[in-house]
Each structure stands twice: as structure tokens, then as C-alpha cells.
Design a protein around this ligand. Structure first.
Ligand SMILES: O=P(O)(O)OC[C@H]1O[C@H](O[C@H]2O[C@H](CO)[C@@H](O)[C@H](O)[C@H]2O)[C@H](O)[C@@H](O)[C@@H]1O
Length: 260
């Protein structure tokens, strides 16, 4: 059976990690998850909203950190650009896409079997209330947030597991979503890759994220001498600190950036 990729074993920090001191941002390389960290979770992928406050904050962080800021998301890189604009580094599609602020880009081939998997998931979604698919360049998500029955979630898991076996794509679970995607990367690898070169290299990494899939990033920043900040309720995590939710993240970043 395919291992679901969010089954990371963080192995540390059960309970409530400490509140992060704003000084943590000083001289840091900052990596930010998007959904559930910078924007509130919405009922559908296209339901999130980005306001001027967040856009201003992103611009300010980029300026004050001399470009050492990247958004590291499960969303496609183009979607992050659509919501937040340009001028900063982005890793999209769970580490598969890399975009540096100087224009360098890296992305894998479209995974074999993706078109067929999308077609099959689309048929499945058409037949189940509250299930929808999200087509991405290197994967496809089957969202069940609006499905009222547990049976719909179980059926979504079944079809996702079967398609992962048949196509060889990686199955990854997230918040009310099963995603099939090209294998070969995760957010931790993306952060490590950014840290190989300017402007990120030589600065302590700080990563804020909410989802189980963000644990890969927390492990990497911890092992490189930096720290993770878990967003949301306490859980077993490799993050060292915790903030309660998106509004706490925005407030904390605003305070920390002005203290630089
Ligand atoms: O790595 P992230 O930036 O956190 O992206 C992870 C996934 O986020 C999105 O799905 C989640 O947010 C949706 C909007 O709030 C919500 O409706 C859904 O239930 C969540 O799973 C996005 O749609 C996915 O592509 C990302 O992989």
C-alpha cells in the first residue's frame, strides 16, 4: 500500500511549544506556508481571500529581510503569484516547483498518468455531493471538506489510494484533501534548496506552517539550526514554537518585522 506522504514522524515536541520571541526574525531566512498560515482555511480552494494588509506585510518582509523570504506551499507557484504577487521566492506544489526571486526556475515533468487520474477523479467528484477536484500542473487534489458523510471521505481515500498504486504518483493527505502528485520533493527539500544560495544561505531558517505536510520543513529548519513555528492547535511536531492561528501569525510577523 502507498504510504500517505503526510505521515511524517516529527518525533519531538508533544504539547505546547513556546511562544516565539519576535527577535527570532532578526537575520533569519523566512519561509512561509500559505493556506492555514497566511490565509484562513476556506470551504473551497478558490475561496481564500488575500487583503491589502497581507500584501503589505509580504512586501515589508521582503524588504526588511533583504529578499530572504519565500512562500513554500502545496499550491502551484502560479497560484501563489496570483494571490500574493511577485518579487519573492516561491516553492509550489509541495516542493516540486522552485522559483527564485532572480528569475531562476525549476520544475519536474508532468507526472505520467496525471491526465487519466484527473479524469477519473472528476467523474468521482461529479457523482458525490460536496467533493471537488483541484487540477494542478503536477498533481490533482480531491477535496472533501464540503462532503457531509464519512462515507464520502472513505470513498475519496479509496479512489486516491487506488490511483496512486496504478499511476505511481505520490499520495499525500492534507486538511480535508487527498492529493496525487509527482514524487521526489517535499517542503523540507525546497527549504534546504533555497538555503544553498543567496540571499538565503548563511542565515538561520525560520518556517511557519500549519499542516502535517509542513513537518518536513520543521525537521529541516531544526536540523539546520533554525526553528519551526507551528500554526494551530498543539500536536506532536518538530516545530519549536507555536502560534494559535492566522491572525496571530500576521500580528507576530508585523511586530517582528518592525522590530528588525
Ligand atoms: O501548503 P499550503 O499552502 O498550506 O497548501 C496546502 C493545500 O492548501 C489548499 O487546500 C487547503 O485549503 C483550502 C482553502 O482554504 C481548503 O478548502 C482545503 O480543504 C485545504 O486542504 C490547496 O487547495 C491545496 O492545493 C494545497 O495543497
Amino acid at each position: 500500500m502507498n504510504q500517505i506522504a503526510s505521515d511524517v514522524s516529527p518525533s519531538t515536541n508533544i504539547g505546547i511549544p513556546e511562544m516565539p520571541p519576535p527577535s527570532l526574525l532578526r537575520d533569519a531566512s523566512l519561509f512561509l506556508d500559505f493556506d492555514g498560515t497566511l490565509v484562513e482555511i476556506a470551504s473551497r480552494p478558490d475561496g481564500v481571500s488575500v487583503d491589502d494588509r497581507l500584501r503589505r506585510l509580504i512586501t515589508r518582509l521582503g524588504e526588511r529581510l533583504d529578499g530572504r523570504m519565500a512562500v513554500v506551499s502545496g499550491r502551484p507557484a502560479d497560484t501563489i503569484t496570483h494571490y500574493l504577487g511577485e518579487g519573492f521566492a516561491i516553492s509550489g506544489s509541495h516542493g516540486l516547483e522552485m522559483r527564485w526571486a532572480d528569475g531562476r526556475r525549476d520544475a519536474p515533468d508532468r507526472p505520467h498518468g496525471l491526465v487519466e487520474a484527473m479524469a477519473e477523479m472528476r467523474r468521482f467528484a461529479d457523482g458525490h455531493d460536496g467533493i471537488l477536484i483541484e487540477e494542478k500542473p503536477f498533481g490533482v487534489g480531491l477535496h472533501y471538506r464540503e462532503a457531509s458523510s464519512a462515507a464520502a471521505e472513505a470513498a475519496a481515500r479509496d479512489i486516491s489510494e487506488r490511483l496512486a498504486r496504478e499511476t505511481g504518483m505520490q499520495l499525500q493527505s492534507g486538511k480535508k484533501v487527498f492529493e496525487l502528485r509527482a514524487a521526489g520533493a517535499d517542503k523540507g527539500q525546497a527549504i534546504a534548496a533555497f538555503l544553498q544560495s543567496a540571499p538565503f544561505a548563511g542565515h538561520k531558517p525560520l518556517f511557519l506552517g500549519d499542516d502535517d505536510t509542513d513537518e518536513h520543513g520543521f525537521v529541516v529548519v531544526r536540523d539546520l539550526g533554525g526553528a519551526g513555528i507551528l500554526v494551530g492547535d498543539p500536536r506532536e511536531t518538530a516545530a519549536r514554537y507555536r502560534l494559535g492561528g492566522v491572525s496571530d501569525v500576521l500580528e507576530w510577523l508585523e511586530t517582528a518585522v518592525e522590530a528588525l
